[in-house]
Design a protein around this ligand. Structure first.
Ligand code: GLN
Length: 455
């Protein structure tokens, strides 16, 4: 980077972003490693027989899926109290630390083969994610000043970290859990989180200015700002956020078929013979994370370039485009189910294409939404709004489960096509109101340009 104080810039920035971003990147990468690692083996452990060599709890699949559904919903719902505690009492930085500690204990305790440790471990993980996930995301926004165009890119980089963790977890924790022992898998997830905690702890010098408790405001002016009721502009922005949350529920409700219906489709109806081997169905689960790692920065650059050229690239526009693109991905699955009906199995490339479109969509929705919240939420509600966002993704997860189950009644073709049509239609419909929505943001995203931390 060119600057008269070039040395200083190099010290504080890496790849054109504040160093703190990489501390948060690595912390969240390990947190997601533990989260997705544990998630990858949870249902498998539950349904394994008590008499198996690698013994599980011997539950039926419906009992296991039921617990799984509640677990994935609660883990995100707890982001609301997690965000509230950060705003009201602790600040985001301390909340993340506490969340990390709870997560290490939660996974560690799962490594013991007792029923009470199993449930206590799950509860600790739910509480830990609630404290960590929304607050670390808000901290990413705190690294950038208002109007800095790098904010969206920063969130994409952070999102790539999430997916590196998810990708590795599926492969490594999945392998250890299945082949060596479930409890070793849980322990490994805990060790991953311990790494994350260490990175976070030792990375504190790069996070001095972010995530501090706003109640610690020093000057009278700052204090006054906290007590003042919301202005009309702030209220309007909250309205836009709540409308975008509706989109979030729909997006995740469709997208999260990945772990359920699409997973089973890969297992049961897809011809997975390739170069003389049979591709394991579970590999398709890592495909989405893999695509995000590979195309993440290109998608972020695409949108940033559009913005710099003055073309349509507001967050709302990006999110609606993302919803439409992801929905379109389901049309490949409609084609797959038609092929299955005709030929008795469907080709793998349909799933690959579907996941490619899903991740293209995800990259225009998920990191963009995180960034958008940090632009629009009033300072005193910054963390709780992030918490509400994650709670909405939790509802989306639950909706996904219900939709997936209904496929056994309506048939896959109807469900895939229905999801595609609904997402595309909803996206286009809301686009008609884009101008109105943008007006309600009161220019929160206007005039974004490159701002260096040293400026
Ligand atoms: N896959 C992303 C993550 O783990 C998004 C999850 C979500 O928003 N519910 O962070």
């Amino acid at each position: 980077m060119q600057s008269s104080s070039g040395k200083l810039l190099l010290k504080k920035e890496i790849f054109g972003h504040p160093l703190g971003l990489f501390v948060l990147f690595l912390t969240e990468m390990w947190e997601r490693f533990s989260f997705y690692g544990m998630r990858a083996i949870l249902t498998l452990y539950l349904v394994s027989k008590t008499t198996d060599a690698n013994s599980g709890l011997g539950w039926s699949s419906s009992e296991a899926l039921n617990l799984y559904g509640w677990y994935t919903m609660f883990v995100y719902l707890m982001s609301i109290p997690g965000g509230y505690i950060a705003d009201k009492f602790l600040g985001q930085k301390k909340s993340v630390l506490i969340g990390g500690i709870l997560l290490v204990f939660g996974h560690a305790i799962l490594a013991y083969e007792e029923m009470w440790t199993f449930y206590s471990g799950l509860v600790l993980i739910v509480l830990g994610v609630g404290m960590l996930k929304p607050n670390i995301s808000t901290m990413v926004g705190g690294l950038y000043r208002k109007g800095d165009i790098r904010r969206d890119q920063g969130f994409t980089i952070f999102y790539i970290g999430i997916n590196v963790g998810a990708f590795l977890a599926g492969i490594i924790v999945g392998y250890v859990g299945e082949k060596i022992g479930w409890h070793y898998g849980f322990a490994l997830a805990g060790i991953g989180m311990a790494f994350g905690l260490l990175v976070y702890y030792f990375g504190q010098p790069y996070l001095k200015e972010v995530g501090n408790f706003i109640g610690d405001a020093k000057t009278e002016k700052e204090k006054e700002l906290l007590k003042k009721p919301l202005t009309k502009i702030e209220k309007d922005r909250m309205i836009v956020l709540f409308i975008s949350f509706l989109l979030v529920i729909i997006f995740w409700g469709a997208y999260e078929q990945a772990g359920g219906l699409l997973n089973l489709y890969a297992l049961e109806k897809t011809n997975r013979h390739f170069l003389g081997m049979v591709v394991p169905a579970s590999w398709f689960q890592s495909l989405a994370a893999f695509f995000i790692i590979v195309i993440g920065t290109s998608v972020a650059k695409f949108w940033a370039n559009r913005k710099l050229k003055g073309k349509k690239a507001s967050s709302i526009f990006k999110m609606l485009t993302g919803l439409i693109v992801m929905g379109t991905g389901f049309l490949f699955m409609s084609a797959a189910s038609l092929q299955f009906e005709k030929e008795g199995s469907s080709a793998m490339y349909w799933l690959v294409l579907a996941y490619l479109f899903h991740t293209l969509g995800e990259l225009s929705v998920s990191p963009v939404a995180l960034s958008f919240i940090t632009k629009l939420a009033p300072v005193k509600y910054a963390s709780i709004m992030m918490g509400v966002y994650f709670a909405m993704t939790g509802l989306g997860n639950k909706l996904a489960g219900l939709l997936g189950e209904s496929a056994s009644h309506y048939g896959e073709f109807t469900i895939f096509t229905g999801i595609a049509v609904f997402c595309i239609f909803f996206g286009l419909l809301v686009m008609l109101f884009m101008k109105k929505l943008k007006k309600l943001t009161h220019g929160a995203e206007d005039d974004e340009h490159l701002i260096s931390v040293e400026n």
